[in-house]
Ligand binder design. Structure first.
Ligand code: GLU
Ligand code: MG
Length: 464
């Protein structure tokens, strides 16, 4: 039944919202998806027709609070305040509007989950990142970031033995090998064009170590934009593949015997006007400032707990193994691919402006808003408490006597234990978000522990 709320009763729209309505009309958009990322790391949403767009830009779309208690297997968890009673609104950010090149007639916007009165909802992930950015701004810094994702390109095939579908990689090319460029070429071109038309600037591309593995990086952006970009990226990688009857997976380890897919997080701090990189200092050790070292100090101190948010799935911990360049050790190093935090040698002549950290225990099964927000809170704690990260580890930590460098958590449950014991991150998450996140993630750990490897691999390549 039509509700009585008519377009004329809605609030007058702001300029960004008006532009969205105009673009939807002129670009033939029939359906606009309002997207958010849940505690399972899954991108979900609801869509409005163009007819309802101007109203829904203002009101959002109604949604049950319970969805933030849903895990990646669509199993609803019992979490106080996230039961069957209660609604939030999926309220889109009009500045993120993008027509979807892989879904003609549809567009998308990234959204906040808001309370019915329009105020922020304590379980909204985008709000969590916004609060982290605001806390950082109080210390005089702005974060610039980029996720650097890898994914596996292939086809989803039925198992001849009647079991769960398998992901069959599109090629068996060698790492950075030109045969890989050729075999994935048509897909890559579609992907690049689709990303560029959505405003994501592609930086580099190469086929990587694992069969079917691709790495395509995107230019950095202010923190909120970087997280939004990563959602658009995940959607596009999979959407383009699906249009070509292929299957692309950003799961951390979709193929047990192949290299994993990271989404290394590159990050630097800048002054509020984004003019000067506060991590760069030509006089500092490895070209980094005291602020950068304190930030690293915060990251190292919180790493075990952080991995529960940056490596958010059971499958994540299959990837975090030594000698896979994915990082398995809680240390930092200069251009060290086995260290959790890599100081990157600058590519640009302007070394101070290019200074950035690469956080390697990070993958695309994480909720990017929670992950980047938590990284900011951890680094900020290092700045506030002036934490010293100790010496850089500039060798493969696996070659050092055991125990010299602490290992990262080996399972999701271990990481969740560390998160529960981490006062800074638990306080930043707040009671509703932390209890929901822990309930959802503990339930995933339990569900996968009860099944075999193929069940875990299947569900992760299916969802991520
Ligand atoms: N595939 C590796 C990972 O899981 C990263 C390899 C690289 O350094 O690009 O993180
Ligand atoms: Mg790579």
């Amino acid at each position: 039944m039509r509700d009585r709320h008519s377009a004329t009763e809605a609030h007058p729209l702001g300029p960004a919202e008006r532009r969205v309505v105009e673009r939807a009309e002129t670009e033939g958009i029939e359906l606009v998806r309002f997207l958010y990322v849940d505690h399972g790391g899954v991108i979900r949403g609801k869509a409005t027709s163009r007819f309802r767009l101007s109203e829904r830009l203002d009101s959002g779309i109604g949604h049950t609070v319970a969805m933030m208690a849903m895990n990646m297997l669509d199993q609803l968890q019992e979490v106080e305040h996230l039961g069957p009673v209660g609604e939030v609104r999926i309220v889109p950010d009009a500045t993120t509007f993008v027509p979807l090149p892989y879904a003609p007639g549809a567009a998308a916007m990234l959204a906040d989950l808001r309370q019915i009165d329009g105020s922020p909802w304590p379980a909204c992930p985008r709000t969590f990142l916004r609060e982290a950015i605001a806390a950082l701004a109080e210390e005089g810094h702005a974060a610039v970031a980029a996720f650097e994702p890898e994914f596996t390109l292939g086809r989803r095939m039925p198992d001849p033995a009647g079991g769960l579908d398998r992901l069959v990689p599109a090629d068996d090319s060698l790492c950075y090998a030109t045969t890989g460029f050729d075999q994935a070429h048509d897909y890559t071109m579609h992907l690049i064009r689709a990303l560029e038309t959505q405003g994501l600037r592609v930086e580099h591309y190469h086929p990587e170590l694992g069969h079917g593995q691709q790495e395509l990086s995107i230019r950095h952006a202010p923190a909120m934009r970087a997280a939004d970009n990563h959602v658009i990226y995940r959607e596009t990688v999979r959407g383009v593949a699906s249009r070509m009857s292929m299957w692309a997976s950003l799961a951390p380890k979709p193929l047990a015997d192949q290299a994993g897919n990271g989404a290394h997080l590159h990050l630097s701090l800048w002054d509020p006007e984004l003019r000067t990189n506060s991590f760069g200092d030509a006089e500092g050790r490895y070209g980094l400032s005291t602020t950068a070292y304190r930030f690293i100090g915060g990251l190292i101190a919180h790493l075990p707990a952080l991995t529960a948010l940056t490596c958010g799935s059971v499958n994540s911990f299959r990837r975090l193994a030594p000698r896979m360049w994915s990082s398995a050790y809680a240390c930092y190093g200069m251009d060290n691919r086995e260290a959790a935090v890599r100081i990157c040698s600058p590519l640009s002549r302007n070394a101070e402006a290019a200074a950035n950290l690469e956080i390697k225990p990070s993958d695309s099964s994480a909720n990017p808003y929670l992950s980047l927000g938590a990284v900011i809170h951890a680094g900020l704690d290092g700045i506030r408490r002036e934490l010293d990260p100790g010496e850089a580890v500039n060798v493969d930590p696996a070659t050092l006597p055991e125990g010299t460098v602490p290992r990262l958590p080996a399972t999701l449950d271990e990481a969740l234990d560390a998160l529960e014991a981490d006062d800074v991150l638990m306080r930043a998450l707040g009671p509703l978000r932390s209890s929901a996140y822990l309930a959802v993630k503990r339930s995933e750990a339990r569900a996968f522990a009860a099944e075999d490897d193929s069940y875990e691999l299947f569900h992760h390549f299916r969802v991520f």
